[in-house]
Design a protein around this ligand. Structure first.
Ligand code: COA
Length: 159
């Protein structure tokens, strides 16, 4: 964002998973030459959210700056319980640390509550733990390494 531009408004809505791919790629896997980690087999069955900003002097066009994907399923051990995993949470680098990711997480959690999700979880990069702790997502296992990145499973009971 140029210094002369101001954020005029913010909008969060569902997006097609295809629209999330460019941000996943540039923010989370900038060094990968293929889309192996970028695309998920489950993408077509997920719900994908995007946060858009409208900037001054931008001809009223909306820019997608933050994304997250949510996958609901029945708990295989308790069939009356609904579980949701969120994945691929990312904000364009030049828009990070401005509260957009938090707004998107808040929206996604409310959507989960409205859809009777009992338990929300994610495999979080430990580098992002601080933001998750503000949403009461707590580590519930030991950290592990995958593709040279440290992760830990986080959970939050919603009911
Ligand atoms: C994790 C990520 C999605 C967070 O998105 P974001 O839009 O930067 O999120 P926020 O701006 O709401 O919060 C980030 C930090 O900025 C702080 N912040 C929020 N608004 C702020 C503001 N106006 N001024 C300064 N700091 C602010 C938050 O308190 C938070 O601090 P913390 O990390 O110490 O908890 C983003 O950093 C990212 O894309 N990282 C790379 C990919 C990644 O690691 N994804 C997570 C995989 S598990």
């Amino acid at each position: 964002m140029s210094k002369t531009q101001r954020i005029m408004s913010i909008l969060i809505k569902e997006i097609k998973y295809q629209d999330a791919i460019p941000i996943r790629k540039v923010v989370m896997y900038p060094l990968d030459s293929d889309n192996r980690n970028v695309c998920l087999e489950e993408d077509p069955s997920g719900t994908h959210f995007g946060l858009f900003v409208k900037e001054s002097g931008d001809n009223n066009s909306e820019k997608l700056v933050s994304i997250v994907s949510l996958f609901l399923y029945k708990d295989p051990l308790k069939s009356n319980s609904t579980v949701a995993q969120f994945r691929k949470f990312a904000t364009l680098q030049q828009y990070q640390n401005q509260g957009y990711g938090s707004k998107l997480l808040d929206y996604m959690i409310k959507h989960s509550q409205e859809n009777s999700v009992d338990l929300l979880w994610c495999n979080a990069r430990t580098s992002a733990l601080s933001i998750y702790s503000k949403f009461s997502l707590q580590p519930c296992d030991k950290p592990y390494i995958k593709n040279n990145i440290e992760f830990v499973r986080l959970e939050r009971k919603l009911k």
